[in-house]
Design a binder for this molecule. Structure first.
Ligand code: HEM
Length: 140
């Protein structure tokens, strides 16, 4: 990601933060509409899960310019996701739901540049998590 893309992700995420709660609910609506079978993977309280997701995205957004700190966090997160029954293909579904949520939550602020920046960020996050979950499965 370019420094400009990191700035774009940060400034647009700051706009989402005040509406984090409804944004998280909207995200799960989109996710379960795209793949209703994913519903059964989530066992806990969905409001709490939404909070965890937004907190983790916020942490990743904050650490984008510090990959040495961010990568191990994502690797551990990815390895845990293997244990939740998450498979590679689910990451594309989650990415689609995330972009749709940002598009609706940000409206005009979701410019093509902002979309490209989030797509780049999600690509890095998901690839890192997927690779770590494969390694964890091999080590098990
Ligand atoms: C950007 C990528 C993602 C982020 C930042 C993220 C974040 C999180 C966080 C913070 C948790 C809380 C538990 C923990 O820390 O281990 C969690 C749990 C979970 N995530 Fe993700 N996640 C991502 C991708 C996915 C994908 C692709 C799926 C597939 C459907 C998924 C499904 C789940 C499930 C099933 C749980 C456990 C929920 C439960 O126990 O009820 N996540 N996720």
């Amino acid at each position: 990601m370019t420094p400009q893309q990191i700035d774009l992700v940060r400034s647009s995420f700051a706009l989402v933060q005040p509406i984090a709660h409804p944004a998280a609910a909207l995200f799960y609506n989109h996710l379960f509409e795209a793949d209703p079978a994913l519903r059964k993977l989530f066992r806990g309280d969905m409001a709490q899960q939404g909070e965890r997701l937004m907190t983790m995205i916020g942490a990743a957004v904050g650490l984008l310019d510090r990959p040495a700190t961010l990568m191990p966090v994502l690797q551990q997160l990815g390895a845990r996701h293997g244990g939740y029954g998450v498979v590679d293909a689910h990451y594309a579904t989650v990415g689609g739901a995330l972009l749709l949520t940002l598009e609706q939550g940000l409206g005009e602020a979701f410019t093509p540049e902002t979309r490209a920046a989030w797509t780049a960020m999600y690509g890095i996050v998901s690839q890192t998590m997927i690779a770590a979950s494969k390694e964890a499965a091999l080590a098990a």
